[in-house]
Design a protein around this ligand. Structure first.
Ligand SMILES: Nc1ncnc2c1ncn2[C@@H]1O[C@H](COP(=O)(O)OP(=O)(O)OP(=O)(O)O)[C@@H](O)[C@H]1O
Ligand SMILES: Nc1ccn([C@H]2C[C@H](O)[C@@H](COP(=O)(O)O)O2)c(=O)n1
Ligand SMILES: [Mg+2]
Length: 207
């Protein structure tokens, strides 16, 4: 496991300097199991889960100014401009007393990553990466049955292409910083969580 735990980050930028921030970015391709494992981390370790995709879907549902643009991009499997997504994450972080965040599905590319650093003024302590073969991701997404507009084979193929083209520089960046924790995402949900659990158990002492 390529991981070194780090001290909590003192909020800077938009977030209160009084708040001890402990940020985990949760990465992986579509259907790799990010949301499923985040729910288990919340249950076991008391984090606040902010899914970038879910925040964008809520923005569509609320008929906001950016809603139509976001919907068009999601249908095409494209990445929404970083400023829009980071502002939604910022709102989510500010509305929470707890400083322990799981930021799921973010950063999707280098633009996302640098926008977060600039706007939020913080870095993740840990970056989880769920490593899953494409065929398994396709199977899981097609079986998901949650009515998402992007859970169809055409959009999945586009999302997988975007993922393959943009995730590596982000993974590489955090790997070089000793923050990357790669998790084998094949197995049952519980088996996978037993690979995730030690990462958070190890961090309990430094929060
Ligand atoms: N280990 C697993 N084995 C089989 N199915 C799984 C496993 N983990 C999650 N699933 C199922 O696969 C589907 C996708 O999982 P999940 O929504 O957690 O993925 P995700 O990485 O958040 O995807 P997305 O990026 O599209 O939001 C869900 O229906 C979930 O119940
Ligand atoms: N950082 C992000 C996260 C998500 N999106 C858009 C594009 C994705 O295909 C879609 C669904 O995300 P998921 O729920 O699969 O994490 O939301 C984005 O543009 N930028
Ligand atoms: Mg998800």
């Amino acid at each position: 496991m390529e991981f070194s735990s780090a001290e909590p980050f003192k909020g800077e930028g938009c977030l209160s300097k009084e708040k001890n921030l402990y940020i985990t970015f949760v990465l992986g391709g579509p259907g790799s199991g990010k949301g499923t494992q985040c729910a288990k981390i919340v249950e076991n370790f008391g984090y606040t889960h902010l899914s970038a995709g879910e925040l964008l879907r809520q923005e569509i549902a609320s008929n906001s100014e950016d809603g139509v643009m976001i919907l068009d991009m999601i249908k095409e499997g494209k990445i929404v401009p970083s400023e829009v997504t980071v502002k939604l994450i910022q709102k989510g972080m500010e509305s929470c007393d707890n400083g322990k965040f799981l930021i799921d599905g973010f950063p999707r590319n280098e633009e996302n990553r640098t926008a977060f650093e600039q706007i939020i003024g913080a870095e993740p302590n840990i970056v989880l990466f769920f490593d899953c073969p494409e065929e398994e991701m396709i199977k899981r997404v097609l079986n998901r049955n949650e009515g998402r507009v992007d859970d169809n084979i055409e959009t999945i193929r586009k999302r997988l292409k975007v993922f393959a083209a943009s995730h590596y520089p982000v993974i590489d960046y955090y790997s070089k910083k000793g923050k990357l924790c790669k998790i084998d995402a094949i197995g049952t949900e519980d088996e996978i969580f037993e690979r995730v659990r030690p990462v958070f158990a190890a961090c309990e002492g430094v929060q």
